[in-house]
Design a protein around this ligand. Sequence first.
Ligand SMILES: [Fe+2]
Length: 301
Amino acid sequence: MLRNFIKRILRNFYNDNFINVVDYFAPLKGSISQSGFKIYKNFFKNEEFINQKKILCKKIINSNKIKKELTNCEGLGNSISFNDHLLYSDFLIEVFNSKIIDDIRSYLGNGFKLDNTYLSVFNTFNGEVENRISSGLLHHDSVGHRVKMFIPINEKGTINNPTIYLKGSNKIKWKNFENIENKERNRINEQQIKLYKNKEKKLGLNFNDILIFDTNGIHKGCYENSNQNRLIIQFEFSNHKTYLRGQVGPGSFFLSPLIFDKLKELGLLRLNRCTSHNKQILHLGNKKRRSIKKLSDYFQI
Ligand SMILES: [Fe+2]
């Protein structure tokens, strides 16, 4: 126990200093600079792409294996995440051909990388709101500036389960990046939250919208009971955070040749982590982010 305590102290010391040094160089300019987030309304317009999203969603919703695993998910807001979705989501090429990438670059700086991507199916059926998981409480992600992108796949988007964000909290300089729950289930000091009391924004997405936000800002997922699952493709982008300890840095995921070529052209990949096999490219994550779940093990694609 003492060993774990010392380990935690050392890890926090290392992370806090590491984050402060590399974040010092983040330009934090562009369209998410002021608020910490941006929603691209009605982004997907191409009918064929929209259909591809609908088909993928239908297959996930109809999968008995996924349904069964979700029923066993304890805690409202828990999720099952898949790492091979880019093999079946070529419609995402439109995202990487767009201004969204320039907006992220203006914020994180040249040389930022795609750390990880996964398709998450959230449990919004079982459990009580009071017992929701920790990411349903106001928090930051303990990794300094890092941009997440949410692309909803289910028809109602996240309108019933929006991300809540305290506008402008993205620029807080945290003294200590750790923010685990206390007994009262708070993760952020109440004084700090009060400062942003009138700035709470509900970032609900419609089916064709996209959200990007800085996870250094105070946020939470809203996992209230809903009659539709929350299905989101998530992307994580950061700069100079390969060697940070914790839930950041390179993750494991598969890419199709089309998406691989585009991301390579944009300089968003760590090419030394990519290996190719049977027209599938695997991006291998660091030690703690190596597990892989495949949609193809759950239904016929
Ligand atoms: Fe978070």
